[in-house]
Design a protein around this ligand. Sequence first.
Ligand code: SAM
Ligand code: SF4
Length: 471
Amino acid sequence: MDYGQTKPARSGPERLRAVCGRIKNLIEAEGTPALAFLDTYGCQQNEADSDILRGLIGEMGYSFTDDENKADLIVINTCAVREHAQMRILGNVGALTHAKKQNPRLIVALCGCMVRQEHMIEKVKRSYRVVDIVFGMHEMSKFPELLEQFLLTGKRIFARSPEEGEIEENLPVLREGKIKARIPVMYGCNNFCSYCVVPFVRGRERSRDAALITDEARSLVENGCKDIMLLGQNVNSYGLDRGAGTDFSDLIAGINEIPGEFLIRFMTSHPKDATEKLFSVMAASEKCARHIHLPVQSGNDRVLRAMNRGYTGEEYADLAEKARRLMPDLVLTTDVIVGFPGETDREFEDTLELVKKVEFDAMFTFIFSKREGTPAACMDDPVTRSEKQARFDRLLEVQNVISEKKHAACIGKTVKVLIDGETKNSEYNLSSRTNGGRLVHLRGNLAPGGFVNAEITGAATWALFGEVSRR
Ligand code: SAM
Ligand code: SF4
C-alpha cells in the first residue's frame, strides 16, 4: 500500500482500538507470545514519539524484548539531523537481513524523520529489502493499520502523507519509567535555520492544548513522576499558532501550580524568541528547574546570519546575562555547529571568544553535516574535514576547561538531587541529577525516585560525585 499524494484518513480512538484488538487476536491465534524491539535514534522528541509507539505496540498485544535477535517485530524510530546518524541506522538495518533469515515471521518497520525524506524512501525501497513497513511521524497513529495490512497481504508498505494534519490526542502512551516523563507541548518548526532538515521532515508548528498538557502533567505527578520535560523544537513559540493567548511562560506558571514535589524542565528554547518574561516566570516558579538549553550555534554574526538564526553574538551574550541576573544559580547549556559552509578561521575564533565570555556549563558540539534540500547544502564549503575536526577539538578543549572549573566549584557543597536510577558501579551505586540537570554519581542506600541532599565530594568534566548527606 502506498498512499502517494493522498492524505490518509485519520483514525479515531475507536477505530484504533479495533485494529489493535484484531492484531492481538491474530498474534494470540499463533499460540506463541510475540516480542517487539523498539530502537530510538536522535532527539528527545523522538524519544517522546517512541513513548507513543511503545503504547501502540503494547495495545497490539506484543511484549517487549531488549534483544533484537528474539524479536518478531522490530521498529526503528529514525533521525535525519546529521548524516552520521543516518549511516548508522542504515548499517543496523542492513544487518537485520540475518535476523530475518533466522526468524521468517520477523517484521521490520522503519519510521520517523529519516524516512520523511523522499530520497531516503527510495533508497530503502531499492536497497533495504529487509524493511517491510515505512512511515513518517505524521502517520504514527496509522501504524497498527499498516501492520495489519502487511500481516494480511505480505506486501511492503511505504506510507507517506504530504501534510502534518491535526495533532492526534488520546493515543496510548507507554513510558519506560515512572520518575521522569517527557510531554510534547508542540510539534514541528517554522524557523528554517539554513542547515536544518527538521522543518522539512516535521512540518509546521502545531501547539497542543494547554489544558491537556497541564492535565497530563498533573496525572503524571499524581502517579509519582518527579521530573517533567516539556518538549518542542522551539518551545518559546508555543501557542502562537493557536492564538489562544497562552504562551510558554503561562504554561510553565500553570504547571507550577500542580501540588507535589517535582521539577519542570523544557527544551529547546530558541534565543531569538527567549524573552525576559520567560526568565522571570522561571525565576518565580519554584518547581521550574534552573536550567536552560539555549543553542547559540556560532559566535560570528555573518555565520549566524547565513544560518538564519535571527540574533547576533552580542545579543546572545546579553540574553545569557539577563537570564543569569534573574537566576544566579542557572545552568546554561548550548549547541554549537563547527565548520558551517564558508566559516573562516577568523569567524571560528569569534565562536571561541563567545564561549569564553558566556562560560556555558556544558555544550553539545557538532561538525556541520550537509542535509539534502536545505539552503546550506548549496553553499560553498571549501574548508576540509580535517580543518573542521581541528576546530572542533579546539572548541572542546576550551569548553572542557570551563566545565571542569564549574564542576570543581561544586566540591564541598550540599545540593538537592533527584535520584533517578541505580548503576552497576559498586562505588557510586546511584545516579542522580541536580535541579540544574548536572549528573551526580551518588553513593547511598536509598531507592530511586526521591529528592535528597547530596554532599559533593568530587568532580569531572561531565559529572559530579557525591554521597547522600547525613545532615
Ligand atoms: N530546535 C533546536 C534548536 O534550534 O536549537 C535544535 C534541534 S536540532 C535537532 C539539535 C541540534 O542539532 C541543533 O541545535 C544543531 O546544533 C544541530 N544540528 C542541526 N542540524 C545540523 C546539521 N545539519 N549539521 C550539524 N549539526 C546540526
Ligand atoms: Fe532546526 Fe532551527 Fe528549527 Fe531548531 S529552530 S529545529 S535548528 S530549524
